[in-house]
Ligand binder design. Sequence first.
Ligand SMILES: Nc1ncnc2c1ncn2[C@@H]1O[C@H](COP(=O)(O)OP(=O)(O)OP(=O)(O)O)[C@@H](O)[C@H]1O
Ligand SMILES: [Mg+2]
Length: 270
Amino acid sequence: MVGPNGAGKSTIMKAILGLFNYPSGKITIDGQPVSQTSHQALEKVGALIEYPGIYPFLSGLQHLELFSNDGVSKQQVMEIVDKMKMGSYIKRKAKTYSLGMKQKLGIALALVNHPEFVILDEPMNGLDPQANKDLRTIIMDLAKQGTTFLISSHILSELEKLIDDLVVIDKGQIVYRGDMATLESDSTRSMVLQTSDNDKAKDILTQNGYQLIDSDEGHISIVEDEKTKMADIIKLLSTNDIEIEDVKHVHSDLETSLLNLLQNDKVKEG
Ligand SMILES: Nc1ncnc2c1ncn2[C@@H]1O[C@H](COP(=O)(O)OP(=O)(O)OP(=O)(O)O)[C@@H](O)[C@H]1O
Ligand SMILES: [Mg+2]
């Protein structure tokens, strides 16, 4: 789940957890309704919303023991500690933890009861690159075993590596809902060239029916479709005495797609 600051991502997550009464609509998990007075379905849910609630005078391990259900063994708790690489400080009081250490504890708490559905609100918050990668592995492994995740994040490059489906929220409304593959196939692909004479090359390409993307960044961007052949372009330019110095294919990423989407949303609104 992505969207600008204040779009309503955390609010939706809190509503799913039955933390407040919403005026309309209905939330069900596996067919079971959730509201402020009906919490049965949440037994299968683990969550970290915004900041982890942490008791400064308890150790990380005491937190995990406090929040784990009866069916969870000490060994299972330690497995999560190991996976999150928290072993070296798990017995220290949480008041001594750094931002990222607290965040990891928050994630471990969301996972400790082996929930079927895990809600993580900006889980990468404060994590270093290695911890980010570790978290990704943990999420992917659990997802393969059947766990469902609802994740919000602003770190789109990280999110992109994880997700199957995307929901974009803007001003409390869903503005896009679909799978990553659809979003990618909707996005434009382009071939970016650097030549010995970009101005001349641009003229020649346009005259020959190629569609160029406007840019003043000292390179040429050609819109790519099935008919665009690199060999044709090389031939065309070299017969006109233009040398190609560099060429690459560019596929717009999640960030670009998302910015376009939110821009369109604003335009529609007027
Ligand atoms: N559907 C809604 N209708 C009315 N108010 C809403 C709605 N969704 C969110 N709000 C209000 O907007 C404010 C910000 O929402 P929220 O904290 O969910 O944003 P967010 O998307 O999590 O932003 P951030 O990316 O900064 O964490 C809250 O005060 C919330 O009450
Ligand atoms: Mg939020």
